[in-house]
Design a binder for this molecule. Structure first.
Ligand code: ZN
Length: 392
């Protein structure tokens, strides 16, 4: 292990641990260059979006004069609840966020034009996010983008919202005809957070607006948001990230067998979310045998030193696993199908938001088929390399 306070350690700390703290990533970058000659960049800078620079424009579609889609719920109302949650979370993480929602316009065209005018009055926006709900007899979540500049963030937001809602993943669509997306100069995405005319979509989405907002914000940032404010608990949400540690800065201290506390709990939640079981007790904040095994599995899958200890390398590997940016879970080398058992089956079940028992039964097969259909894979209900690599 690296010695604490060695140059390498400090550079790594600057590169990773403080990037959730606005200002610190730039501060440590400068310190790193000037003092140690090590120009390490935090994850956010490396991905092209330094935290300190980030300005976002978020708006909810439609308004009370020109309502959006109507079904079991009113689109313009729920859009605003989700929008508020996204804005709160991004601001709590230290970003500048403009609320460019329009409440005044009396026609749809005026509403759209007003939103675009507001958005384009800001300079240097990192991203514009338009919050909508769908209608028309479908189910699930989809994200639109006007061009492929936003591929990464669009996919992250989509995955995060699907994970937190368990609703169908309808994909990212590139569509240059949507008015707001087409007329904003900054990169823009539009999130359709479920169908107002699908009863279970509508019920779930309207009762989990905070969790969906959190997921969108995390997708935008590409990292887990933790905050002191605990949100209204929503019992059915399958978000391991929701009940986060009482800290907005990721710790750089080492966690190992015997460690306890909220940081351990966050790591466990993230391990579970990335498909690594931490044992039957779940994320209990106690770093025991099962958690160590999960950490070792993650390390093995990520190609880093396998020591069962969570340091910076492992934290980075874990955040990459969560973002799905790397194929950190290689294909196990054999097909997984009806009758298969074990950890790979558990992983598939988690990825498909099924109940996790490690047994590939009819429900798992059905879900795999549905997944294959959605992703234009051959629909056989068998997880071979193609389906595995799409899943992970
Ligand atoms: Zn809409």
């Amino acid at each position: 292990m690296e010695q604490p306070f060695s140059r390498g350690f400090l550079a790594e700390a600057a590169a990773f641990s403080l990037c959730a703290s606005p200002g610190m990533c730039v501060f440590f970058y400068i310190i790193g260059v000037l003092t140690f000659g090590i120009p390490r960049m935090c994850i956010h800078i490396r991905e092209g979006g330094c935290l300190i620079m980030a300005k976002y424009s978020i708006h909810a579609g439609h308004n009370s004069f020109v309502p959006g889609a109507q079904g079991f719920i009113k689109e313009e109302v729920v859009n605003r609840q989700i929008k508020n949650a996204v804005i709160n979370d991004l601001r709590a993480a230290g970003h500048t966020v403009y609320d460019d929602t329009d409440d005044q316009a009396k026609t749809q065209n005026e509403n759209l034009a007003a939103i675009v005018r507001k958005i384009n009055s800001h300079t240097n926006l990192s991203l514009v996010v338009s919050i909508h709900l769908n209608a028309g007899g479908g189910t699930g979540i989809e994200v639109y983008q006007p061009d492929i500049r936003t591929n990464g963030v669009a996919q992250r937001v989509l995955n995060a919202v699907c994970a937190v809602t368990g609703l169908k993943n309808r994909g990212v669509h590139t569509n240059s005809s949507l008015y707001v997306l087409r007329n904003t100069t900054a990169p823009a995405i539009l999130v359709e957070c479920g169908f107002v005319d699908h009863q279970s979509d509508a019920t779930f989405v309207s009762t989990h607006t905070d969790a969906i907002g959190r997921a969108i914000a995390e997708g935008i940032l590409g990292s887990t948001i933790t905050s002191k404010k605990s949100r209204a608990a929503s019992p059915k949400v399958a978000s391991p990230k929701k009940e986060a540690a009482p800290s907005s800065v990721q710790t750089a201290s080492l966690l190992r067998r015997g460690s306890r506390g909220s940081t351990v709990k966050v790591v466990q939640q993230n391990l579970i979310h990335a498909g690594y079981s931490v044992g039957s007790a779940g994320a209990d904040g106690v770093f025991g045998v099962a958690t160590e095994a999960a950490v070792r599995a993650l390390q093995r899958d990520s190609g880093i030193t396998v020591d069962g200890i969570v340091g910076l390398q492992t934290q980075i590997a874990l955040s990459q696993a969560l973002r799905g940016g790397l194929a950190v879970v290689p294909y196990p080398g054999h097909i997984i199908k009806r009758g298969s058992r074990g950890r790979d089956v558990e992983r598939i079940q988690r990825a498909l938001s099924l109940s996790v028992d490690g047994v590939f039964g009819p429900a798992t097969k059905k879900a795999v088929k549905a997944y294959q259909r959605r992703h234009n894979l051959s629909v056989d209900g068998i997880v071979g390399p193609e389906t595995w690599n799409t899943l992970f």
